[in-house]
Ligand binder design. Structure first.
Ligand code: IMP
Length: 197
């Protein structure tokens, strides 16, 4: 079985390869195909956007395609930035712009609960489509903490931990993270599919 990973993000590729290590599948990255589709993520949910990406890559490569979509949902902001996490501070916003906007919006909020959710979608050439998800709860910190990770990691502290995601090692983060949990479920799914006749 061959699976194409619908992401150009090197950190995500590394995480996915680690998560699927030992499975009887050959993993290809979308960049292997030189020209690959980058569809507009017009969905209103993480599920919809993950499927848009995986379907587009399947259409292009005719191979099983796997994508992920992640959002940070903040209770005091009615679930924002959610599906718009990557462009919270506008199109072309940097991680830094997004964190700055989030801290500003949360400045006077005492209720700081938030959660990260990742949806992984797998689309197969035979038309079957699967989604699995992973979630972790935590709080938005009062300021940036830590230099590791990416995105909103410096402003998110998972429940039950003293450190923000940006203060944790990658191994520690992946063990408990939204994406780590979703990829664990995807691993089970791929394992079962790879054993089909
Ligand atoms: P994407 O759609 O999965 O690329 O994620 C949307 C946005 O969420 C990204 O631009 C990142 O800022 C943020 N994000 C995704 N995964 C993580 C994570 O593991 N930690 C922190 N931020 C993340």
């Amino acid at each position: 079985m061959e699976i194409v990973l619908a992401t150009g993000n090197k950190d995500k590729v590394r995480e996915m390869k680690a998560a699927f290590k030992g499975l009887k599948v050959k993993l290809l990255t979308s960049s292997y195909f030189k020209i690959f589709p980058k569809p507009r993520e017009t969905g209103k949910t993480l599920e919809a956007n993950a499927l848009i990406k995986a379907r587009a890559l399947l259409k292009h490569t005719e191979l099983a395609s796997l994508s992920d979509d992640t959002g940070l949902e903040v209770a005091a902001l009615n679930g924002k930035p959610g599906v718009y996490s990557s462009r919270y501070a506008g199109y072309g916003a940097t991680y830094d712009d997004n964190c700055r906007k989030l801290l500003r919006e949360m400045k006077d909020k005492s209720r700081r609960a938030a959660s990260f959710r990742t949806v992984v979608a797998l689309c197969l050439p035979d038309g079957r489509e699967f989604t699995v998800s992973g979630k972790i709860g935590g709080v938005i910190t009062r300021g940036r903490r830590g230099l590791k990770g990416f995105g909103y990691d410096p402003v998110f502290r998972p429940s039950g931990y003293e450190k923000s995601f940006a203060e944790m090692s990658l191994v520690q983060k992946n063990r408990i993270s939204h994406r780590g949990r979703a990829l664990k479920k995807a691993r089970k799914l791929i394992n079962a599919l790879s054993k089909e006749k």
